[in-house]
Write a protein that binds this ligand. Structure first.
Ligand SMILES: Cc1cc2nc3c(=O)[nH]c(=O)nc-3n(C[C@H](O)[C@H](O)[C@H](O)COP(=O)(O)OP(=O)(O)OC[C@H]3O[C@@H](n4cnc5c(N)ncnc54)[C@H](O)[C@@H]3O)c2cc1C
Length: 514
């Protein structure tokens, strides 16, 4: 069998693999993308989840912040990202009364009144605004570096107008940094959750784990705004795939890469098609859009320790939005991120229980309704979507039968405590009459997407800076073999989340080689 020859073979057609392919093909390289699933996009996809219900859900990732406008412009991606009018709404039961903390995207009088009503004065809002002003300065200074070669720590610090907050996030527990600015338990919790998305971290530890996750949630495009992709997340991956194809890349689905044989002058890529037939392709370079532990296996190396995801993801379709006991307008509240049981003290309690190997009694989580900002995904069905993301439920907890169902039971009961009618009464039903509620544990994500341990970033995030003097000035995409470069979320220094930054960096590295 003669192997077809390409300048670059990309393993995995997740959004990072597609980004790399689009840039490389645009520069004239011959590119083959091999994706094992029958759809492209990895964790950035839209799909009809419920039989007979014509709604295309962002089944895994759902909001975009870290995708640089530069990538959208470079590749002429027809992607529309909409701002939400409300950033977050946190219903709480305090002193026997249902209330909420509202944070508008552009914080105005309603936000000020909400802070005052909940905390009793204007001090907490002042602390909030001081904290987020500092973070916004950091975001503005840091965001441009994400599309440049990796700066060394001193070089980066010299570019920052507020090196103090950068130092604090890196060196101090996130809980202490938040406590420097905020006093209220619920308000602190809203801030802390950004350090815990998909990341099982102790916010009181000085290991930087929560700080890294927090940073990535605040710096996207210099604003940290989380925007709604029109058409769902599949529209983002679809645009990347179209750009790659338009520039000449060949994209093959149902193509599982089984081994990579590296040589000094290239790599032989072994793969099987959907019918189980074996193929080989010869590549000058391989770009790995798959997780690092997957790459280790393909290279025949002992895999690094398997990461462990920690989230519960629930997709729902609703006939109507439920009312809120606080009296807040559900169309306004659910258009932002609704934080439920995410007070700082509840986060601590959940972490302690999960670290001791128990499903938290109270699972901190957030929900949001995509269709309020982007009705295109529900068409003319008159339905709404609701997506729920739970924290502090590590993959290991789900090994026992029934744990996922129990986790769902808990979060639904917790949400119901803030609603005027049970969530179950608002769920649409599918063609077989079953309620439109689908839950995924990290183990389900692993099984569906080959994300090891179901970790949404393929492993814990890294600081966006060179870790060693040798790494400074590189694109942070090195693997054990010079002919294989990483592009994926976990394989690259700055590739986490739906950002395309991993694929961008891999392409820049290869295009810079002589
Ligand atoms: C439930 C959930 C919610 C999330 N929410 C958000 C969010 O709202 N916003 C956000 O920014 N991020 C979110 N994330 C994280 C984000 O989706 C991921 O970090 C990102 O999509 C990873 O992209 P990637 O291209 O690097 O890797 P992946 O999306 O994992 O793609 C890797 C691809 O490689 C393929 N592959 C693996 N092995 C092989 C092989 N041997 N041969 C061929 N193909 C192979 C896989 O099938 C997959 O398509 C979420 C993730 C999850 C799971």
């Amino acid at each position: 069998m003669t192997a077809a020859r390409y300048d670059v073979v990309v393993v995995g057609g997740g959004h990072n693999g597609l980004t790399a392919a689009a840039y490389l093909a645009r520069a004239g390289r011959s590119v083959l993308v091999l994706e094992q699933r029958d759809v492209l996009g990895g964790a950035a996809v839209s799909q009809q989840v419920f039989t007979g219900v014509d709604v295309r859900l962002s089944a895994y990732s759902y909001l975009v912040s870290l995708l640089p406008d530069r990538i959208v412009a470079d590749l002429a991606l027809p992607v529309t990202l909409l701002d939400r009018a409300v950033a977050s709404c946190t219903p709480v039961l305090r002193d026997g009364r249902h209330r909420e903390l509202l944070v508008e995207r552009d914080e105005g009088p309603a936000t000020a009144a909400s802070f005052r009503e909940l905390t009793g004065s204007d001090d907490e809002l002042a602390g909030w605004q001081r904290f987020y002003a500092r973070l916004s300065t950091l975001a503005e200074d840091l965001a441009p570096t994400l599309t440049e070669p990796l700066p060394g720590p001193d070089e980066l610090a010299a570019r920052l107008r507020d090196p103090g907050i950068w130092h604090d996030l890196r060196e101090r527990p996130l809980a202490d940094v938040v406590a420097d600015h905020l006093r209220d338990d619920d308000v602190r919790g809203v801030a802390l959750t950004d350090g815990l998305i998909g990341t099982f971290a102790d916010v009181h530890a000085a290991d930087g784990l929560a700080g890294r996750c927090f940073l990535y949630h605040l710096v996207g495009n210099g604003t940290g705004r989380w925007r709604v992709p029109v058409g769902g997340m599949g529209a983002v991956s679809g645009a990347l795939a179209t750009a790659a194809r338009a520039n000449g890349a060949e994209l093959v689905t149902g193509a599982a890469v089984t081994a990579l044989d590296t040589r000094a002058d290239g790599v032989t890529v072994h793969w099987t098609d959907a019918d189980g037939r074996a193929h080989a392709a010869d590549a000058g370079h391989v770009v790995s859009g798959a997780a690092p532990t997957v790459l280790d296996e393909l290279l025949g190396r002992a895999p690094a320790p398997r990461p462990s995801g920690s989230q519960l993801k629930v997709n729902m379709v609703l006939r109507r939005l439920p009312g809120l006991r606080s009296g807040a307008d559900p169309r306004r509240a659910f258009s932002g991120t609704v934080h439920v049981d995410e007070a700082a003290s509840q986060i601590d309690a959940a972490y302690a229980q999960a670290a001791a190997g128990r499903l938290p009694d109270v699972i901190p989580f957030e929900v949001y309704c995509h269709s309020l900002t982007d009705p295109t995904i529900v068409g003319d069905t008159g339905l709404h979507t609701l997506t729920l993301f739970g924290l502090h439920t590590p993959a290991e907890l789900y090994a026992e039968a029934g744990v996922r169902e129990e986790a769902v039971r808990r979060v639904v009961a917790q949400l119901d405590a803030h609603l005027t009618e049970p969530l179950a009464d608002c769920l649409a039903v599918d063609a077989e009459g079953r309620p439109c509620l689908q839950a995924s544990s990290p183990l389900d994500v692993e099984a569906a997407l080959a994300m090891p341990g179901g970790h949404i970033f393929h492993g814990d995030l890294s600081w966006p800076v060179a870790a060693t003097p040798e790494e400074a000035g590189t694109w942070g995409v090195a693997t054990p073999h010079p002919r294989v470069v990483a592009a994926s979320s976990g394989g690259t220094v700055r590739g986490g989340a739906v950002s395309g930054l991993g694929g961008f960096a891999a392409a820049q590295h290869l295009l810079g080689l002589r």
